[in-house]
Design a protein around this ligand. Sequence first.
Ligand code: C2E
Ligand code: MG
Ligand code: MG
Length: 628
Amino acid sequence: MTLPLCLCPPSANGLSVEPVKTFFSYHKALMQLLHGAYFGGLSQRKKLEALLALCGDLLKTDSVSIWSMSLCGASLNREFYYQPQSGHHYISYTLLRAQHPLYFNALEEAEILFTHDAIQDPRTQSLKCSYLGAASGMASILDAPIYDGNRLYGILSLESTEPRFWSLPDIACATAFADTISLINTHQAWLNSRKELDYITHHDDFTGLQNRHALQHRMQQLIQEPAPNTFALLWFDIDRLNAINNALGGQVGDAIVSEVAARLRGLLLPGKDMVARVGGDEFALLYSWPDDDAELAATVASIMDMLHQPIDIGQQKLTVTTSVGVALYPRDADDINSLLRCSESAMYHAKACGRRQAQFYNQAVSVSAKARFLLESQLIDALANQGLSVFYQPIMSADLQTLVSCEALVRWCHPSAGFLSPAEFLPLAYEAGLIAELDSWVLERVCQDIKQARAQGLCMPPVAVNLSADTVMDPLLADKVFNLLEHYQIQGGQLELEMIEDAIKEDSSTLPDTLTELVRMGIKLSIDDFGTGYSSLLRLKNLPFTKLKIDRSFIQDLPHNPDDCAITLSVLGMARGLGLAVVAEGVENIDQEQWLQQQGCHYLQGFKYHRPMPVSDFFALLTADMIS
Ligand code: C2E
Ligand code: MG
Ligand code: MG
């Protein structure tokens, strides 16, 4: 169907002068709006409103509206509606394809739909009954398509109550406005997807907190500010979450993580900058550092108190504790990665010192690169020149209270600081890549001591030696141990090897073979600090361990802490199911002892019986045992 256009006579060069002039005036007005100082800063909604208003005013129509087509093309929905007489309206309206098939087809087929008599035009006639009712009284319609890429997104619709022959400038102008709307929508969609991507890359889906990436970004900003801020990075780790997962189920663990996240998020603390989830059960908090360590320590203690309040989980109340590492910018480190390392290592230090505490990054041990370098070289020296020693702590049978085995624990007799415990120098040994060498040294020293005991006619019980992840993952470990046993003429049954869950969590193709080889030599294998790591029981089941050592942190509040009782009972039950013997570490009093005996724990280790002691004292103890 040909629809009449109002065309003016052509000029001498073939173009009609008036329409061209009119079109340019429209175009100029549109450009002025788009390039106006304020337009770029408007929201998408305000931009579209401004465009509709300009279009309506320029073309002097009775209304201008934007309609969006539903994704399946079944309906058109009015989103914006402007009447020059009365302004913007937000009365929604929907047209269904089922009721107006010709109109919908025409919109899809025609690039632009215009009619001076909508009531008579077969394409728009169906609108008469509903949309073009008496109230609306629309007589002429001009619809220009708005695209979203190749898809018809919707239309820009101009309506007039008087019959109107749409001119070429009208059509060109409507098309220019519709194209501008397409561009604005596309730009907005791009901004939205960038925001979404930004959200995904900066947030943790489970808690909704920001993630490690966002934390690093924020720290970078704080450091780069013209007057850089001093701030503290607090690193929180929920103690023993894995044990809770194992004993009470993953849902309980998840509920605890969300509650801790919610408490940190809701924490009202002047100077709090941001909270991020930086690991499964680890959170970081950036905090303007008050430049007063005592004040900062008090603040950290109050945050920990708040986190340690009981958590309601269904019918139960659970109390969790956290270990916290604190690192200060710029005092401890002046770049992001070092600062992250400092606070994480301070947190590990807090864990090594018994958990449920905060540790500032240890200035004394590693404040400056120079001091660290010195300490590292002293440790290398100690390794080479017998500066380390091995203490022995007896392990007792739970029923008869007799000494059945012992654990070898390394000590460093530091030239100026005196005896250092492993918590004070093992992190450095790890960082400096000396841990495997240290383990080898301890292993050899233990073999020498066993040989020495034999030479003295003492009955040395099996000795448990702790191995780090680096040592356990060494494909040559079994060979090295074999050589030591040969060299010192020792039976494999004289040795036990302890490793923490995290040391065996990595997937290594050689690990099962190494462990099997060791067991073949008669060596027993134990999982140390059970309940503090992340191993899955299924994995343990497939590896040749024969003992579990329950971490001291579960034992210390027995039998008064119901959570610890539940967890310890569940570990004992699991161990029984897997045919493993259980050692309770850190037994200090009779209440713990009795409870553990009643629950069928096999072995007990702790200060209640003996503290770790130098080899000479241990030999004296063995001698006394033999005499009595
Ligand atoms: P671990 O293997 O769990 O050793 C038990 C720790 O608990 C020892 O701390 C021991 O002194 C302490 N302990 C035992 N009974 C009690 C008690 O009743 N109360 C309290 N408060 N503590 C008790 P230590 O000697 O400081 O060793 C800490 C950790 O350092 C060890 O934990 C082990 O993971 C690691 N470690 C020690 N020696 C070596 C080694 O030669 N190589 C490696 N890789 N790690 C070692
Ligand atoms: Mg151990
Ligand atoms: Mg242990």
